[in-house]
Design a protein around this ligand. Sequence first.
Ligand code: AHR
Length: 503
Amino acid sequence: MSLKSSMLVDKHFIISEIDKRIYGSFIEHLGRAVYGGIYEPGHPMADENGFRKDAIEVIKALQVPIIRYPGGNFVSGYNWEDGVGPKDQRKQLLELAWWTTETNEVGTNEFADWAKLVDTEVMMAVNLGTRGIDAARNLVEYCNHPSGSYWSNLRISHGYKEPHRFKTWCLGNEMDGPWQIGAKTAVEYGRLANETAKAMKWVDPTIELVACGSSSSGMSTFGYWEDTVLDLCYDQVDYLSLHAYYNNNNNDTANFLASSLNLDHFIGSVASISDAVQAKKRSKKRLMLSLDEWNVWKTIGTSRADERWQIAPPEFEDVYNHEDALAVGCYIITILKHADRVKIGCLAQLINVIAPIMTERNGAIWMQTTYYPFLHASSYGRGTALLSMVDSPKYDAKDYTDVPYLESIAVHNEEQGEVTIFAVNRHLSESMELNVDLRSFGNVSLIQHIVLEHDDLKAVNTKENPNNVVPHNNGITVIDGANIQAKLSKASWNVIRLKVNGA
Ligand code: AHR
């Protein structure tokens, strides 16, 4: 082992309490996410409402606290009224975001029912593409108002006496993107977001609202968009969104694994722009960030223009390999490093569409490589994110300089008396010795050292071979009082769980 790195972790050096919603995800009416993913009447594992129980089980295991719905680009052409009421009267419609036919079999109420089954909150999005204030405030009234008004009574007549009480709402989706139905300029959107937010909060003052940031940091309007939009709606909204997708389509793994540095810079830039608007407005309110779409996306930009109007065709069914799991691990660590600003994160998406979980129509379910870092972080990354002093050898990649081979963070779960270190060794051919000084915690003991590693960076899990890339618990960590020495295999994701008795 020639690589050596170290972390000094102190329980008093706190970045922030971690908002559990950073382990959120996203399900859009897109491809086989809803139809054929969570919902497939007639499947041997379907419950009486058509929801696949095998999908419920693996999603529940992920402990996803919030799921964004129904889009995505889909929401910008969606009339929510088409998705409620008796199913046999629902319209089958052309869907213009993805050029499919939407059956409307699943709508707001069915999704709310399903969300309960997987113990998650719904993060609703309203259509600010083809629609506006009126449809949005009516949807809040339908979902959240107890009773006694037209829309709340309609919900009750649909069999939902209790309001859904959805708390977090997105004011549209990627409204800066020319591909968006009803795309807007920053000024058009900022004004609309402001006025829609006012009306929605007048219906239910307890809700929280997310304004659309740029659809990516690569947009030519990035920066100007955030500044202008926030200038127009800052006082009415609670979060600003960020979307970030990466891939290794150029087959440069060292560069790909460094892409979390781009995410880090992106989050920092958006926080700075937001803070500049706060300063200009002399506002006491500091806006938080919602990274409500992030992932590896290899099939981004692929078009199915010749195959229009199918019902739930397979779409963006990316097959994730070992290096993708490492990248996802690096993104999660990066999000945790920004736990003071990023309060919501949505792994986009959850099932079948750029997803950690795959299903076969009328058949099996299996977990992709990326399922595992997300599972570990969601399971053991609750509590407080700690600011560690990290020392790591570095490398230069095509788009990044000074990339640390070690990407890491420590999370303190005081309630459980645990500290967990999440660490990726980015080195593709050498293992690394990691020394962690935990002196403020006193003596520590090892609970487990989980490792995700594989000799082949391109190794994948498939229906036929679902356990090709899976974690093991045989990581090597040696404890000496408050110091630990861990071996991080080449190109590996590591979860070192420590008991900190008396911490
Ligand atoms: O997650 C897939 C798509 O990516 C979403 O619909 C859109 O918001 C983004 O461009």
